[in-house]
Design a protein around this ligand. Sequence first.
Ligand code: XCC
Ligand code: SF4
Length: 638
Amino acid sequence: MVNWNLMKLSENLTTTIEQMEADSARLKEQACAACAETWEDRKKNQTPQCQFGENGICCRICSMGPCRITPKASRGICGADAHAIAGRNYLRMAAAGTAAHSDHGREIAHVLHKSSRDGNFQIRDEQKLVALAHEWAIPTEGRDIYDIAHEVAETGLLEYGKPFGSLRFLKRATDERQKVWDETGIAPRAIDREIATAMHMTNMGNTADAEALVKQSLRVGMADGWGGSMMGTEFSDILFGTPTARTTEGNLGVLEREMVNIVVHGHDPAFSEMVVVAAELKEMTDYAKSKGAKGINIAGLCCTANEVAMRHGVRMAGNFLQQENAVLTGAVEMMCVDVQCIFPALGPLTDCFHTKFVTTSPIARIPGSIYIEFKTETALDQAKDIIKMAIDNFQNRNPDRIFIPDNKQVANVGYPCEQIIKELDGVTNSHVDALGSYRPAIDCIKAGVLRGAVAIVGCNNPKVRPDYSHLEIMKELIKNDILIVATGCAAQVATKSGLLSKEAKELCGSGLKRVCELAGIPPILHMGACVDISRMMLLATGIAKDWGVDITQIPVVGCAPEWMSEKAVAIANYVVSTGLDVYLGIEPQVKGSSQMMELITEGTRKITGAGYIINKDPHELVKSIINGIEAKRTALGI
Ligand code: XCC
Ligand code: SF4
């Protein structure tokens, strides 16, 4: 376990957006000095952006096209109208997002299937494994734990392609939800089946009905949230341990001038876990010292950061739009990536610096990188080789080209459902029966001490002022006694600003502040990576069950202020399917179709009881979130 000398909280409780931007501006000078371009340059070159794409009304599904909808051409050559085209594009985004998350889940399932007592990957959470085996009616009595693990993994893998039935995890939902999913026909079958169906439906000459396309978007999203993502989370916990609360730090200030800096970036924890383990070996630190460094500093980026922070306390260098900044410090010996959210720009960018760029997955092959295909059987040795390569690169730093911003903040991370329940036990002693339930939180909500909870998730996006929307919304919500759970790059914004520290309670309304004090938690609970939004679905389900009301009734909603990835479209669809409203700060690319806009904001309410609320202005958006939560409270009579 990493044991950092954690910094004292800065005088100002939070690192402001202006301070973050000042760091970026200074790093931009580093880029200029190295003749390197960054996303800011490319964004300029892409402006103004194509309005056909922006509005979702360009179709290139067949080679009669591309067809674009204009005032003089209301239909493509085949006759598809704006609604069909925007709807098909939207469904394809949801399907691609589901494919990404679910394939990540599948990779972890394969790692679990290869786990062994004397191999590279072992079982760290036997309890969770056995519980899942029971849930899936897999025998455990008198069996070796690895036999159980392999059967659980195989059963999980079959969820991807089984010919009959719906997904096993759906049974975890409330009875009310299961009924809704069955009756409306959005209960997902095999995961791959839903992705294939989405691709088939959107193939030339198939579905042109926007409502049917939206319905399949919900269904394929469900295959992600209650399928592939949930499996990714469960199996990662079994293999690497269910995260627990721990203290770490975040922002570029975690990079160390005197140490070999290795940044792990991407999503799949199987690989980054190995790098973290290998970096702690004495032979590795000795080797680093022999090369003049004080040691090895592993830092995370994007969701990989969340994964290793929650399980090891590894410090977080930042989120999505900060990936180039990490290289621009001139102090990163190696950027080591697995899958998803990796800028191809890292190839040419690392060429301008001494940084070695290592890709490890056949899913993410990027020109300008050193490709070392990660294999379960040889994982630890490969991790050691990679770390040695980084250490050897330490001497190639250009001391005149190093700038590491000072800014970093303390972050309390690691709040999966299990941990949240544990912390809640501290809130009230009045309930003898409160142990192991969400009832203390429900009581706080009923009493009005907490008004509700918001799950803030997703990326940052140059379509808006990056990180600003996140920050404004987070600050306003906690001020209004609304607890936040966060994942992905949203959680990293909270990290960078200091909002994940326990001292951030000072920025809360009096109710939330009291809850934070009693439970010893920060006002924003870090639940992990993007796949861990499945944890949030279980959290909302648990609250609804303990409350005894429908999930659509509880004052809990989702919010993605700056989303950009197709994965976010899949997520938004399963959150809505689960019965929770989703507040978006970036418009889905369907504006060219009035039907699609109506369907995603209102139409889905008739199917799942929830929908999107979209507003690009963060101050307006947060107002509507608060109003939405208060409306749910009023409807419940609290
Ligand atoms: Fe990627 Fe997951 Fe988005 Fe961040 S938040 S930019 S998807 S790393 Ni999920
Ligand atoms: Fe044009 Fe229809 Fe082909 Fe799309 S499917 S490119 S609208 S002809």
